[in-house]
Every structure is written in structure tokens, then in C-alpha cells.
Design a protein around this ligand. Structure first.
Ligand code: DC
Length: 226
């Protein structure tokens, strides 16, 4: 758990901007940043590399027990190192994203990652983003934000991001992939994407990442984060 430090939980659907906002908030407050989605992505990547089926919960859970996750900050960017390898870039493909959504459905995988996620949140201040941070991982977080935005706007953001990285995709495909992933994440039985009762809902459809960040920082200040 957050161990007396100030914890900020940011949940929301894919491409709602939560990662960008969580990073900016962490940098501005000098808090640790834990990207829980990156952990599911790492499990999908390592599972595939080990030749495991992405629907084999017990085997993936055994793999997770042997994985060592280290979140860091280097040369101005947040990194995830697993078993000594920086996989920050390798996990950002559409394929790994789809695999992550598959493994995230499995209770054995969620259970195996839960302790690690809580253990990583023991620093004085932490921002953690995902789908179930306010509801399951850090239910005692001092500030919970649920960040949403229209599907069309999220798809345009994601499309622009992929085009900038040189990935050849069509906007309609990006939009339907996002909608499918949202449905899978929100409709699953275990720890679905959900808003905590005590979460503050922010809709970023008409807001810039900087505006959302300042709003979150203001909320954190109001609650005594600094
Ligand atoms: O945020 P992201 O797109 O990197 O997340 C990848 C997948 O992991 C996403 O489809 C849902 C899942 N996920 C989850 O189930 N619980 C979390 N706390 C974070 C991500």
C-alpha cells in the first residue's frame, strides 16, 4: 500500500491521456510514477517470448513470480526495466497492447501482479495509472481521478501518436481497436475498468494535457500532498 506516502490513482480507458498526465504530475511533484498497464504489457511480451499461451493464467502467474520489475527515470523519460532489460519501447506496439488486454482478464495474472504493484507504491509520493488502481490496487489512495474522453478524440490522439512513430495504420482501424479494447477491459469479470465511488471524474475531451495536469496538481494540493 502507499505506506503513509501520498498516493494518486489515475484510471481511465485507453488513450484517455492518463499516462501523459500521470507522468507530468509525477515530474512536477517529484513523485514516483508506476505505469500498471506497462506491467500487463510486459507479461504479454515475456509470455509470448517464452512460448506461453496468453490465456494460460497459472503458467503466466508462475512467470510473473520470476519477473523483476523496476520503474525508473532516465534522460528525461520514465522507463520500465524487466530482468535487467529496458522494455519501455518494445511494449508499445498494438500487438502487445492486445496481448496485455487478454492477459489482464486472467485472475491469476491480476493476483500475481497485485502484490508487486502495491509494493512499488511504498515511496513517499506515487502516481499510479491503470484501470483498477482506485478500486482494487490502492483503495486508500488520497486522490483518485477517473480520466475520460470521447472515443473519437481518443482515437484521433492515438492515431496521431502512431503516425508520428511511423506506424502505418488507418484511423477507422485505430478507432475500432480502441473500442474493442475498452469493451474487453470494462466487460471482464475480474477488476474491470471502473470508476471508484470516491474518484473525481475529469473529461479531457476539450482539455489539453497541461490543463488536466494542473487540475490534478490542484486537487493534490487541496488534499495536502505538498
Ligand atoms: O494502459 P495500457 O493501454 O498500457 O494497458 C494495457 C492493457 O492492460 C489494457 O488493455 C488493460 C490492462 N490493464 C489492466 O487491466 N489493469 C490496469 N491496472 C492497467 C492496465
Amino acid at each position: 500500500m502507499s505506506d503513509g506516502g501520498f498516493a494518486i490513482a489515475i484510471d481511465g480507458p485507453a488513450s484517455s491521456g492518463k499516462g501523459t498526465v500521470a507522468r507530468l504530475v509525477a515530474m512536477e511533484l517529484d513523485f514516483a510514477y508506476i505505469d500498471s498497464g506497462a506491467m500487463y504489457r510486459a507479461v504479454a511480451l515475456f509470455g509470448a517470448r517464452h512460448g506461453l499461451s496468453l490465456s494460460d493464467g497459472p503458467a503466466l502467474a508462475r512467470l510473473i513470480q520470476k519477473m523483476d520489475f523496476t520503474f525508473g527515470f532516465e534522460d528525461g523519460r520514465f522507463t520500465l526495466v524487466v530482468d535487467g532489460k529496458d522494455i519501455s519501447r518494445a511494449i508499445r506496439t498494438q500487438k502487445v497492447g492486445q496481448g496485455a488486454s487478454m492477459v489482464a482478464k486472467l485472475p491469476q495474472v491480476r493476483g500475481a501482479l497485485l502484490g508487486t504493484q502495491r509494493g512499488l507504491a511504498t515511496s513517499q509520493g506515487v502516481v499510479m495509472d491503470g484501470r483498477d488502481i482506485g478500486t482494487v490496487v490502492l483503495p486508500d489512495a488520497q486522490l483518485k481521478v477517473f480520466l475520460d474522453a470521447d472515443l473519437g478524440v481518443r482515437a484521433r490522439r492515438r492515431y496521431a501518436e502512431l503516425v508520428e512513430r511511423g506506424v502505418e495504420v488507418g484511423y477507422e482501424d485505430v478507432k475500432s481497436e480502441l473500442a474493442a479494447r475498452d469493451a474487453q477491459d470494462a466487460g471482464r469479470e475480474h477488476a474491470p475498468l471502473a470508476q471508484a465511488d470516491d474518484a473525481i471524474v475529469l473529461d479531457s475531451t476539450q482539455m489539453t494535457p497541461e490543463q488536466v495536469t494542473q487540475r490534478v496538481i490542484q486537487l493534490a494540493r487541496d488534499r495536502g500532498a505538498f
